[in-house]
Write a new protein. Structure first.
Lengths: 370, 318, 336
């Protein structure tokens, strides 16, 4: 399997207007092989969208990439500081499918105008007919009507728009596609259509890899080969989709899976529990393992030391528990709201006495980036 | 409305307005001169002999200073009365139209839209021409009775949307009468908008009155800022360089117009929390303001009235 | 097609509004108690301006014209009838001059003043707003504040200040009128050269305020569009900055274009007081004089013209919006 993406030590922060710096993605490294769909999952504010925008080279103020290296298909791009990214990387090497394609196309343009501009930006000599023909072929080969090209955005339905935008994003045959919550605004059948289209593109080698960012775990189980679980700006576990969802090796993954409603018969009887508490304030994250205040199986060292990397680069978990129970799946979280009422854990996720911030306002990444 | 949310813009506007109000309220007592009393010759330049002479005399030998402070008072009075009347009418019609719906809504909307399409200044001019006596109050009423349409339409839009909310159903189920519902359940939601609209109406009314006066349709027998300017221009004070005759009312009118608009834009930030946080937010939401002010685009921005006061059209008569 | 149907409906609605406006135009001045003609004729004779014979002639002309002895609704019909023949009536104060001729003399001056002011103000103002939005920083703040200041000052206040500073104190430009005393209007270069000097001050007082307004509006729209999703997406696909900027400004321009149409429609009444300040012989001065002399036909005619222009501009905006903005086209035809 050839390596498609080596993203190493990515670090990015949001700089708020009043001068605070919140690290949204903290020393994250991901690896993707050709033909893979990597799912990135987590709660709102965990940094997954930010990670997606870093890899797709679309980070913009107030988000600043501090450091990191991207290696896609052998080509290396250092990030951070004032380093400029080559314009042509975007769209032809790594491309981006935004959340809510609703507004991805300017409302006063027809789709075909955008198509022509995109193709022309990478190949100045191309004629309009050629560009449109290419797009038309792509549309029909993936089962979409060619008339979508002539439409204005408001004339397309939600699902249709999302798929059309997917086609535009992959028109230049990028090696890697970053899809940011592509299914979140769609109904179930549109979701399926979109996922099928992504897989078909992979199969036809239009694209060679997908990073699928979402909070929707059931979708990932169907679509992704491997899943990366993010929490508070760090990746806490990575593993094969089927394996991770059956036998998670990080308490957060387990909690996340335990909070998912699944209508399938064998999961129906399992009680759904939320994860008490809330994600931590990234301006002042907890010491040690960032999840420890909400973790039901934490050890004393979790409070103070950085959890160890348990596993190899394609399948690992960053957890003391995983270290002490190698190969075992984490049992469902034992922390319930009774524990919060008992006063051991504060409502916003801090164990009393530890690392509580002075000011009451917590800033999640979601707020800052909104 | 926290004090901490008030931006420098608000304080500047409030200070300017406060200064104006002070001049109008307290000025006459300080200057202590009848504006109609002749105290000098034609366009005597200012001298320090008495407060009344700080701004010299006008074309009738009267104290400019005295006329100024009484004029501010009149202009403010007209603005406030007209603003209150226009706001009252606009809110009531808008509320009833939006909340009740049905054919009452159809009738009221038709009236509103027709009234909206006819330039306000024209109607005011026509009515003023026909009036025998023009006191400040009568003028204020005329302005108020013609300036309400844009507000009615905006309030109607908002009350239509509030009508469908659940707490209205609760109120209705518990037997409250429509009027009570309108007053206690619907109106509070619109309050922030109504306050801003009132400020806009006052500023527009003051400028309407000034335009009217400059055209010769001002309040007879009293002095207002517009009337002062009218006489200043008619008697060629600009040409003769008697700056004390025309600059004070000009400056006051500019200050009033500027500060009221500033106030309105800063109040927008207070009442609409989305506009508040940080500069980037503020800029991005300035555009939402802009979108909101599509509604207010129909509002009179006078001075040279018909130019900007015509409505941005939307579909049909609704 | 649906758009034509929608516009047809709007046209009918405008006709209704026009009718109401006509009724108001007709009826409001008649609120003056007493027979207006009596008062006018009395004024004429008292002022020594007419002998008994002439006075009776005047009286009869007006009675005929307005049919003041006939019932109100008939008078209204006569009024409408005259209008359709393009006859705006006869002036009271400048008898026997027809209103048409008076307006015909004044209107070109108003238009000549405002058309350049609006066009130039629009272009410069929008450019300024767009650049300010794009550049940001100090340029933006300075441009924004000064535009805000300019647009909130009434036109005539700026006019007065300009007149005083430039015309009187500095003596650079003439202080009143449209051309030098002794010349008469004609299409010659010499006349044009002279008239231009009288043109500058009123022109600048209009243009500066208009620039301010346009700049503020365009800046807001541009900032809004520059932060839009499609901008980020376009960037993510490797589009050049200038392509993306093109998209943004195209969207930001839409309301500005309709604003231009509306301003053009408001031209006739747009600079009433400014003309007064500069003694410019346009419609504003005409109206002012008419008001002073209770010259109702003139007042009515000007009011009517202004209303007509505004309604026509609104209708043009409806058409324009339907044509240039696909979203509005969809909303208008879909809604109805």
């Amino acid at each position: 399997m050839t390596r498609l993406l080596n993203a190493e030590h990515l670090r990015a922060s949001y700089r708020t207007p009043d001068g605070r710096e919140v690290t949204a993605v903290d020393d994250v490294s991901v690896y993707i092989d050709e033909g893979e769909v990597l799912g990135v999952a987590g709660e709102s504010g965990c940094g997954k969208t930010t990670l997606g925008s870093i890899i797709s080279l679309t980070a913009r103020p107030p988000l600043y990439v501090d450091s990191g290296t991207l290696e896609i298909d052998g080509k290396v791009q250092d990030l951070g500081g004032n380093r400029q990214v080559e314009r042509t990387w975007r769209g032809s090497i790594v491309s981006f499918l935004p959340q809510g394609a609703m507004n991805a196309v300017s409302p006063t343009m027809r789709v075909r105008d955008l198509v022509y501009d995109v193709v022309r930006a990478h190949d100045g000599s191309i004629k309009k007919d050629e560009a449109l023909d290419r797009a038309r072929d792509r549309l029909t080969s993936l089962g979409l009507p060619a008339r979508a090209l002539d439409a204005y955005p408001h004339q397309l339905s939600g699902g249709m728009k999302q798929r059309t935008v997917t086609i535009i994003s992959t028109l230049l045959n990028p090696r890697l596609l970053i899809a940011d919550e592509p299914t979140s605004a769609l109904d179930v059948s549109s979701q399926k259509a979109l996922c099928d289209m992504l897989l078909e593109m992979l199969e036809k080698r239009i694209i060679y890899g997908v990073v699928f960012v979402t909070h929707d775990l059931p979708v990932l189980r169907e679509v992704a080969n491997r899943i990366a679980v993010m929490y508070a700006g760090k990746i806490v576990e990575i593993g094969g989709a089927a394996e991770l969802t059956e036998r998670p090796r990080h308490p957060y993954s387990a909690a996340l899976l335990g909070s998912v409603l699944s209508p399938e018969p064998r999961y129906r009887r399992i009680r759904v529990a939320g994860i008490p508490g809330a994600p931590p304030n990234l301006a002042n994250p907890p010491a040690g393992c960032r999840f420890h205040p909400r973790c039901g199986v934490s050890y004393p060292e979790c409070h103070t030391e950085e959890p160890p990397h348990v596993g190899d680069e394609l399948r690992f978990s960053k957890c003391f528990w995983a270290q002490k129970h190698p190969g075992e799946a984490v049992p469902l979280q034992k922390v319930t709201s009774d524990d919060i009422n008992a006063g051991d854990i504060t409502a916003d996720g801090y164990v009393h006495g530890e690392n509580e911030p002075e000011d009451a306002t917590t800033t999640t990444v979601a707020e800052v980036s909104a | 409305m926290k004090i901490s949310n008030l931006t420098p813009r608000f304080w500047v506007a409030a200070a300017l307005l406060g200064f104006t109000l002070l001049l109008g309220a307290v000025g006459p007592y300080i200057v202590n001169t009848d504006p109609n009393a002749v105290i000098g010759g034609l366009y005597d330049p200012p001298n320090g002999s008495s407060i009344a002479m700080w701004l010299g005399t006008d074309n009738e030998g009267q104290s400019v200073m005295a006329n100024l402070v009484y004029g501010i008072r009149t202009s403010l009075w007209v603005g406030l009365v007209a603003g209150a009347v226009a706001t009252l009418i606009g809110v009531i019609i808008g509320l009833v139209s939006g909340y009740v719906g049905g054919y009452i809504d159809d009738i009221l909307s038709a009236i509103t839209n027709i009234a909206l399409a006819i330039p306000t200044l024209i109607v005011i001019i026509l009515v003023s021409v026909a009036l025998q006596t023009r006191t400040p109050t009568i003028l204020a009423l005329v302005i108020g009775f013609t300036a309400w349409p844009w507000l009615a339409r905006a309030v109607r839009a908002q009350s239509t949307s509030v009508r469908t909310r659940e707490h209205i159903d609760v109120a209705r189920l518990s037997g409250a009468r429509s009027i009570t519902i309108l007053a206690w359940d619907v109106l509070p939601y619109l309050l922030s908008y109504v306050v801003m609209a009132f400020v806009l109406q006052v500023s527009a009314a003051i400028l309407f009155e000034a335009t009217l006066s400059l055209l010769g349709l001002g309040p007879s027998g009293s002095v207002s800022l517009g009337i002062m300017l009218y006489w200043a221009i008619a008697w060629g004070s600009v040409r003769t360089g008697a700056w004390w005759a025309f600059l004070p009312p000009t400056i006051m009118l500019s200050i009033i117009s500027f500060s009221l608009l500033l106030l309105q834009s800063s109040l927008d930030e207070v009442f609409n929390p989305r506009l508040r946080r940080g500069k980037l937010r503020r800029r991005r939401a300035a555009a939402e303001e802009r979108a909101d002010s599509q509604l207010a685009a129909a509002s009179p921005q006078v001075g040279e009235a018909p130019a900007i006061e015509t409505p941005v059209t939307t579909g049909g008569g609704r | 097609m649906a758009l034509a149907r929608y516009l047809g409906r709007r046209a009918i609605w405008y006709v209704v509004v026009l009718f109401v406006a006509l009724a108001l135009n007709f009826y409001l001045p008649r609120l003056v108690p007493g027979n207006p003609v009596d008062a006018i004729v009395a004024n004429l004779t008292r002022g020594g301006g007419a002998t008994g014979e002439a006075a009776r002639e005047t009286y009869e002309t007006y009675m005929r014209e307005f049919g003041l002895d006939k019932p109100l609704w008939q008078q209204f019909l006569i009024y409408i009838q005259n209008l359709f023949q393009g006859d705006l009536g006869t002036s009271f104060a400048q008898y026997p001059a027809s209103v048409n001729s008076l307006i015909g003399e004044a209107l070109p001056w108003s238009l000549a003043l405002q058309i350049p002011a609006i066009l130039i103000g629009w272009i410069v103002g929008n450019a300024l707003g767009a650049i300010a939005a794009f550049k940001g920083g100090w340029f933006d703040r300075g441009a924004f504040l000064s535009s805000l200041f300019l647009t909130s000052i009434p036109y005539y206040c700026l006019a007065i200040v300009l007149l005083y500073v430039v015309g009187v104190q500095l003596g650079l430009l003439p202080v009143g009128g449209a051309y030098s005393f002794g010349l008469s209007p004609e299409f010659s270069l010499a006349f044009f050269g002279d008239a231009i000097t009288y043109f500058w001050l009123p022109f600048w007082s209009l243009v500066l305020v208009f620039i301010g307004g346009q700049a503020v509006g365009m800046r807001s729209m541009a900032i809004y569009e520059l932060g839009a999703d499609y901008v980020n997406y376009g960037r993510g696909l490797g589009l050049r900055d200038r392509t993306i900027t093109r998209y943004g400004f195209r969207n930001a321009m839409l309301p500005q274009i309709t604003g231009l149409a509306l301003s053009i429609g408001a031209m006739i009444g747009g600079a009433l007081v400014t003309e007064l300040v500069f003694s410019y012989p346009g419609v504003g001065t005409l109206l002012f004089n008419a008001i002073g002399q209770n010259d109702y036909p003139v007042i009515q005619a000007i009011a009517l013209l202004i209303t007509l222009a505004v309604l026509a501009a609104n209708f043009a905006v409806d058409i324009l919006n339907g044509v240039i903005d696909p979203r509005i086209r969809a909303a208008q035809t879909g809604e109805r």
